[in-house]
Design a protein around this ligand. Structure first.
Ligand code: 13P
Length: 266
């Protein structure tokens, strides 16, 4: 059975002075034990969020938004996976904003994936097509290519043991207020599992969690979580608002409890 995950990608928002308070408020408003919650602040705010969550609710995990593909060296401004020890236990990889702004390729994302696993970080690997790809009917082939390239050379059993999560984030839906339709996101989630299965993922990739990301809010999360293929959300803008996160995680809790069965009802 796949977990239900709600991950907050704070992008370039919050500094050490305000991140802890926001994390604490979100943790308090989302205390749903059946949902895996992750908060991913900027690097400089990781320690503040870690400290705040340790007090408020240690069940909320801390994630970074990227890592470098090397362990150390002359890479000005970069942060490597081992440097996150004690600060984060998750990491977002291959976000489309990094593909766009930092020139990250699928192959580079694949190298980062290896670093994350070596360091014991749980990766959220982002894939997603551009609008012109969807309009041209090649969304699934683009995502299939991104996934295969990033997974190439990695032992699928090792990635599974590391808890790899895939986030399907159509680029045209990020920060635009225009979200994908639930059925389209679900079809892509199944295509992602099929691609992983054909790359050797154990068990036909039935256990591979796939999240949806792209203008997720408390008002539209139900459309995605009504789809059994979708296991949660990677939330951008709305994750900076405690009210929004409360609504999103509350809805995720319904899905998680339904998956766990009647014994889970408290
Ligand atoms: P928005 O929710 O702001 O569209 O961002 C989605 C995203 O990029 C999460 O990683």
């Amino acid at each position: 059975m796949r977990p239900v995950v709600v991950a907050a990608n704070w992008k370039m928002h919050t500094g050490p002075d305000d991140a802890g308070e926001l994390a604490r408020t979100i943790a308090r408003r989302t205390a749903e034990p059946s949902v895996v919650r992750v908060i991913c602040p900027p690097f400089v705010s990781l320690a503040a969020v870690r400290d705040a969550l340790a007090v408020e609710d240690p069940r909320v995990a801390v994630g970074a938004q990227t890592i470098h593909h090397e362990l150390q060296g002359a890479y000005t401004g970069e942060v490597s996976a081992p440097m996150l020890a004690g600060l984060a236990t998750w990491v977002i990889l291959g976000h489309s904003e990094r593909r766009r702004d930092a020139g990250e390729t699928d192959a580079l994302v694949g190298r980062k994936l290896g670093r994350a696993v070596e360091a014991g970080l749980r990766p959220i690997l982002c894939v997603g097509e551009q609008l012109e790809d969807r309009d041209a009917g090649r969304a699934e082939s683009v995502v299939d290519g991104q996934l295969r390239c990033a997974l190439a050379g990695h032992d699928p059993a090792g990635l599974e043991a590391a808890g790899l999560v895939i986030a399907y984030e159509p680029v045209w839906a990020i920060g635009t207020g225009r979200n994908a339709r639930g059925a389209d996101a679900a079809a892509m989630a199944e295509a992602i599992r099929a691609a992983a299965a054909s790359a050797g993922w154990p068990g036909g990739a039935a256990d591979l969690p796939v999240l949806y990301g792209g203008s997720v809010t408390s008002a539209n999360i139900a459309e995605f979580l009504a789809e059994p293929a979708i296991d949660g959300a990677l939330v951008g803008g709305a994750s900076l608002k405690a009210d929004e996160m409360a609504g999103i995680v509350a809805r995720a809790g319904l899905t998680a409890q339904a998956r766990l069965g009647p014994e889970s009802a408290s």
